[in-house]
Write a protein that binds this ligand. Structure first.
Ligand SMILES: NC(=O)c1ccc[n+]([C@@H]2O[C@H](COP(=O)([O-])OP(=O)(O)OC[C@H]3O[C@@H](n4cnc5c(N)ncnc54)[C@H](O)[C@@H]3O)[C@@H](O)[C@H]2O)c1
Length: 333
């Protein structure tokens, strides 16, 4: 399956194909110089497939986890780029989950004012979401993605076979983003999740999710209004993640909690609680919501004294509400 994404930078293709990594010659110029960036939690079997097929490559591995997505790792990798004399002709291969993708994309966007990079997402979350759309970035202090850029990859290579090595928790973490897409634009996606047909049809689920993402990023690549919809559940989700210093919740788990805060229809909320439970995702947190306020204030969707919150009135019926900061918490209770 192929999806073409139109971009103000350069259009790019997403390839979704089982066993795609076994024969890269159809997707990559095997003689180009590649800089592979990955983390030490990505099973080496996937990186080895590249090493065995590429003729000219360098390998950079950093420590796995959200806490590596920061300025220190950024700086270390830039230093390695200088040591390796990486030039504009080189191409970065980001092999891993969203942490590898966001960090590598940011490095590629800033090194020499921009070099090519290709996303090879290996987690469900990165396959259905983070590898596409060109948002790159790193965290700073306790704030998520507070430093970043828009810089799309030149290509995205998705091999759903890589999902076999994911833990259940990591797999379910990606399901939260699929629930988000279902709420935004596809009751069928929610039904597929409810009927447990998703594992069998994971390539189609990835395809459907990315088609929804494509719609929003093509109409508003630089996130000025319509793309905010993709942030559904994230304003509060990011605040939960940050409050707990990225230790308690995985990204998707926090997004699941955030989704429940913005669904205004009780029967739909019950349906989503059931779905989150079905995939062992959290549905409540004991925290006093007032404590999230400072983290929400830093949300990038806030302008002046207002915040743009995406509200779900029903499946496929979302609304961007402009809410005054001081009324936000009251609105979410
Ligand atoms: N840029 C965007 O548009 C966007 C969208 C959503 C999320 N994100 C970001 O994505 C990040 C989360 O991504 P994630 O959930 O993929 O987390 P992650 O990158 O931390 O990966 C999760 C863990 O799985 C390991 N792993 C990767 N592939 C594996 C495989 N095939 N088998 C076994 N283990 C594997 C990794 O080493 C890591 O330990 C967050 O930083 C979030 O902010 C970005």
């Amino acid at each position: 399956m192929k999806i073409k994404v139109q971009s103000k930078f350069k259009d790019y293709i997403i390839h979704i194909q089982n066993h795609l990594l076994d024969d890269l010659s159809a997707f990559l110029d095997l003689n180009r110089r590649y800089i592979i960036i990955t983390d030490d939690g990505v099973p080496s079997v996937y990186v080895n497939k590249f090493i065995h097929q590429l003729n000219d490559y360098e390998l950079i591995v950093f420590k796995q986890g959200e806490s590596s997505k920061n300025i220190d790792t950024y700086q270390e990798i830039i230093n390695q780029f200088l040591d390796l004399s990486v030039t504009k002709a080189s191409c970065v291969l980001a092999i891993g989950g969203g942490v590898v993708g966001d960090l590598s994309g940011y490095i590629a966007s800033t090194y020499l004012r921009g070099i090519d990079y290709i996303q090879i997402p290996t987690t469900l979350l990165s396959q259905v979401d983070s590898s596409v759309g060109g948002k790159t970035g790193i965290n700073h202090q306790q704030y998520k993605n507070i430093i970043g850029s828009f810089y799309p990859p030149i290509k995205v290579l998705i091999d759903p076979q890589t999902l076999h090595t994911l833990s259940n928790r990591q797999f379910n973490n990606g399901i939260a983003e699929v629930i988000k897409y279902g709420l935004l634009a596809s009751n069928e996606l929610l039904e597929a999740l409810e009927n447990n047909t998703i594992i069998k049809n994971i390539d189609k689920v990835i395809y459907e999710s990315l088609m929804i993402k494509k719609h929003y990023i093509e109409i508003d690549e630089f996130d000025t209004f319509k793309r905010y919809n993709l942030n559904l559940g994230h304003t509060i989700g990011h605040a939960y993640e940050a409050y707990y210093e990225f230790k308690k919740y995985l990204h998707g788990e926090a997004v699941g909690l955030g989704l429940l805060k913005v669904i205004k229809n009780q029967s739909l909320k019950n349906r989503i609680i059931d779905l989150l439970n079905q995939y062992q995702l959290p549905t409540e947190d004991p925290l006093d919501i007032n404590l999230l306020y400072p983290f929400v204030l830093k949300d990038k969707k806030g302008k002046f004294n207002n915040i743009n919150l995406i509200i779900v009135n029903d499946v496929e019926k979302t609304e961007i509400k402009i809410i005054q900061f001081d009324r936000l918490i009251e609105y979410l209770k």
